[in-house]
Design a protein around this ligand. Sequence first.
Ligand code: WTA
Length: 662
Amino acid sequence: MADAPSVVPEAHEHETYQPPEKMFAKHPSKPHIANLEEYQKLYKESITEPNKFWGRTARELLTWTRDFETVSAGSLADGDVKWFVEGQLNACYNAVDRHAYKDPNRVAIIYEADEVNDGRNVTYGELLRDVSKVAWVLKQAGIKKGDTVAIYMPMIPEAVVAILACVRIGAVHSVVFAGFSADALRDRVLDAKSRFVITSDEGKRGGKFIGTKKIVDDALKQCPDVSHVLVYRRTGADINMVPGRDLWWHEEVEKWPSYIAPEPMNSEDPLFLLYTSGSTGKPKGVMHTTAGYLLGAALTGKYVFDIHEGDRYFCGGDVGWITGHTYVVYSPLLLGVSTVVFEGTPAYPNFSRYWDIIEKHNITQFYVAPTALRLLKRAGDEHVRGNFKYLRTLGSVGEPIAAEVWKWYYEIVGKESAHVVDTYWQTETGSNVITPLAGITPMKPGSASLPFFGIEPAIIDPVSGEELHGNNVEGVLAFKQSWPSIARTVYGSHKRYLDTYLHVYKGYYFTGDGAARDHEGFYWIRGRVDDVVNVSGHRLSTAEIEAALIEHHSVAEAAVVGVSDELTGQAVNAFVALKDGNDANDALRKELVLQVRKSIGPFAAPKAVFIIGDLPKTRSGKIMRRILRKVLAGEEDQLGDVSTLSDPSVVDKIIATVHEAR
Ligand code: WTA
């Protein structure tokens, strides 16, 4: 593990903002709970009588084909958590059918295409039909309950259709972010044993075309078990179709009826896999199961975002990441509201794109990562235009939000008439775990505030491993009891799941983040304490990038560290030592960047590559990344003890290389 936080708790004298009065003036009724006292009462119940709290909310928010008797079973210590054990339900039925029956013409998806006027709406009735047809296609191709289907799609309504078609027949979706390279896609298809892939001819983003089908073709060269690829025609590009393997979406759906019955699933049947980065090189297929995940998505939508019937919800996340899964797809659709599927970027055709969408569709909740806000703040306030008459909640996700960015969001975007919710959570937690509730929780810029229902945070001293009780403490963040949407395993490696999350501090779920609890019990997330870096809200493993660099024939060793970056939060910097006979030059540095783009994807590319003679290593051969981080931060005078290095003279050479490059 990398350097753990050892900061002495400081008093957090920060400004506190109350839920804005002007938000209530815009409200169609009022928030679902009355006030902070009611939150505290419900929170207490969720911790002291979790089965009562979760049993009630599960029956209230989800429609079951068979009721459950056992609300929860198993434990974090044993890694065998189960929720709503005997229950049966179908995720697609809950997200689509029940709303389509009530009100088929209600808008389910507001598609905002890359070009401003190319979008369209999809109603719940249409969604039910579209999903059913694709479910038929999967079924006819031999996909059965429990099979995994890989989805490699741009942000178009068909990505949502593909996801829901899988879960309608009990197949497990494994969405791979369409920014991943062919190699990364191949690894995920192989690891999940997917036999069916859904993609598009191309994607279109920020005016640029992305060759999704071509990437799939490259990836599948080494995936002999994939029998079919279903291709949605998005741009009409001339692409290669492999006879017998590749199927056109528009041709296939014509063949099948517009209804297929949803498959009743057990609560604990897998719903999806989503690959995420950790401390070691190989990405983990985080597995979520059906009922618990759905409940987390629905309940946080209701209370964190204050979603009400008739709302129009806009989450700018991509379906390739957990934010897109939970808050573009499941949460809004489970609650029967309209969700925006946005194909483009916040800067195309200009820096007003988000704000134009908010105004055009009368958006009620907006949810985005601070990296986009930093970009837009820097572009200038004049781009923030429009009348956000209905906007009540502004969410932030994925990385810490700096106080000045928070204030810009609240004042310039929200005009002090929307509640800012800084939501802390992870792929593994399934839904928001530390977060304000819109309309209820006082806000402190930069703090994710208070735990969501059922979440019992613990701050642990990373040195002693002991829990630190009371307020004004700082350490690493863990959770003491399970909650319904916690990931159940890592696909194919339950041991890795236990080792990473549950056996670091026995009896606790370990987040991998450092955090402080201030004098009022508010939480301040400090960032990862492991070898994970967060670049523009994308979670990357330094070990995975190092493994990619070492694949290059001239590289002997590599060390990757995250450095803070004004725009992207963190940026990847790489140090490499070459094999004998290779020379450091710009062409090689470019090749190394390309190597990472090829192995992982463009978003993981190092911002700087430093070629050095030797990495700083201890006598036992451990790379001291701390020294590299300090040099990059310009803190050469604070390197600490370098006498344990096998060759302390490398430090001066590293300092010289970094200075020379800048
Ligand atoms: C970070 C994204 C500070 C954190 C939903 C976590 C945050 C990792 C916040 C998970 C926040 C997420 N404030 N940091 N509000 N939200 N993080 O799995 O380091 O892609 O462990 O899930 O993002 O990233 P993941």
